[in-house]
Design a binder for this molecule. Structure first.
Ligand SMILES: Cc1ncc(COP(=O)(O)O)c(C=O)c1O
Ligand SMILES: Nc1c(O)cccc1C(=O)C[C@H](N)C(=O)O
Length: 422
């Protein structure tokens, strides 16, 4: 990185990964994961590591619950209630009281349910004689799936999408705003947005807000109840370590549940599914967010994976995440030749998620993918996003300061190796 920050908590002369690891209050959590000690894994913001207890639990689900009990497992093994039960395990991690989170479907599908439902509620609340609520505000830097889904939801509801920078969402919302869809942490830059402020601003304008917390759930405190958020959606395969393709979650604020009119009303969200009634009558509570048959193998792997959070406080996770990212940024400055990388991730703690994104500058921009490949060859796994961004995710439950030191040193080495090949 070319510029010295003014807020770093680390004195570059006194950096000592071993001392920081020795003082790490979450150090004992690492043993709960199956990790290859030869690799530094900094891609938990895309796919989290495997919790140690998951393989045996999945084997039991497959062999006993499916293999022997078969159909009886829907009741005897608790399969039917797994979406709400697993939702209640996630709830405290995202600042939600129980009964408001349901697990199922992908994040993309849950964005659709939430955005359409938000538009329907906002319109229902608009008094006669007031302007029609004809716009959906979407975070201008959104993860693509959210933008695609919002555009389709807009066509279906006769609304128009307006792209607005996440930081300006509160000010941009007005009398014609039906809903706003915002990413809590930007997937590309790692910037953290103010959940409470944007929520309050959209509410002042009479709209409803949907938060995508894919890059914050399990990475930092997410105050859904306290901030008054209406809806939230999130992945479970990143910082929640649910495994590839693990089902997503949907939060619907308790007060809104009776008015949550899902655009995907499947039979498992019916008040009495086995009545097999021809007319739809929605279930009460979080179950109203369900659609069809839950993805049991992935859901139960996720449920088991959530055990790694037992006894872990999100404040401790945040402290370590900020310390790790501060430390990594400082060590990159020490190891990488000047002028090659610029951080896209804010230095200010209140604006930083749990990743560091580094933009390759000058001639190195076109070589960024090769820099990441050279890092992989050196046993450090991060990821690359076009055109020239190197992303490093820091997962406080299993990333150590020694990992961050090794990654920064390997990054300096990789940059020099790529430059020497010109
Ligand atoms: C912010 C964000 N939203 C949505 C998604 C997409 O979720 P899914 O592919 O599970 O639907 C991702 C990641 O893939 C993401 O990072
Ligand atoms: N969901 C993914 C996948 O199925 C394959 C590869 C990557 C992903 C990701 O999660 C990407 C991630 N959301 C991102 O922030 O770029």
């Amino acid at each position: 990185m070319s510029e010295q920050p003014d807020t770093t908590e680390f004195d570059a002369a006194e950096l000592d990964a071993a001392a920081l690891d020795a003082a790490d209050e979450l150090a004992a959590c690492r043993k709960n994961f199956l990790l290859d000690d030869g690799t530094v894994y900094l891609d938990g913001n895309s796919l989290g590591a495997l919790p140690r207890s998951v393989p045996a639990r999945l084997a039991d689900v497959v062999e006993r619950e499916w293999g022997s009990l078969l159909i009886r497992s829907w009741s005897e093994s608790g399969w039917w209630d797994a979406p709400e039960r697993t939702g209640d395990r996630i709830a405290p991690l995202v600042g939600a009281a129980e009964g408001q989170v349901v697990v199922g479907d992908s994040t993309s599908v849950n964005v659709f349910k939430a955005v359409v439902a938000a538009v329907r509620i906002a319109r229902e609340e608009t008094a006669a004689g007031r302007p029609a609520r004809t716009e959906i505000l979407v975070d201008a830097a959104t993860f693509p799936t959210d933008g695609y889904v919002a555009a389709s939801a807009a066509r279906m509801t006769g609304a128009a999408v307006r792209a607005v920078p996440a930081a300006e969402m509160a000010a941009a919302a007005g009398p014609t705003t039906a809903a706003a869809l915002v990413n809590h942490v930007d997937y590309r830059t790692g910037e953290l947005h103010d959940l409470a402020a944007a929520t309050a601003g959209v509410h002042r304008a009479g709209g409803r807000i949907v938060w995508d917390v894919c890059h914050s759930a399990g990475a930092l405190p997410v105050e859904l109840d306290a901030s008054g958020a209406d809806f939230a959606v999130g992945c479970t395969y990143k910082y929640l370590n649910g495994g590839p393709g693990a089902p997503a979650f949907l939060y619907v604020r308790r007060e809104l549940q009776p008015r949550f009119d899902s655009p995907l009303p499947g039979w498992t969200s019916h008040r009495d599914p086995f009545a097999m009634a021809s007319g739809y009558e929605p279930a009460e509570g979080a179950a109203r967010g369900r659609v069809g048959t839950p993805d049991i193998l992935s859901m139960l792997a996720l449920e088991e994976a959530l055990g790694v959070w037992d006894g872990v406080g999100m404040e401790a996770v945040r402290r370590k995440s900020l310390a790790l990212t501060d430390f990594f940024m400082a060590r990159v400055r020490a190891h990488v030749p000047e002028g090659r990388l610029t951080s896209l991730t804010p230095e200010a703690h209140e604006r930083r998620g749990s990743q560091v994104s580094l933009l390759c500058e000058g001639e190195l921009e076109a070589e960024a993918e090769r820099v990441m490949a050279a890092l992989h060859e050196r046993g450090v796994v991060g990821d690359f996003r076009r055109p020239g961004v190197l992303r490093f995710g820091f997962t406080p439950l299993y990333t150590s300061f020694a990992d961050a030191e090794r990654a920064a040193a390997a990054l300096g080495d990789a940059v020099r190796a790529v430059e020497s090949e010109r």
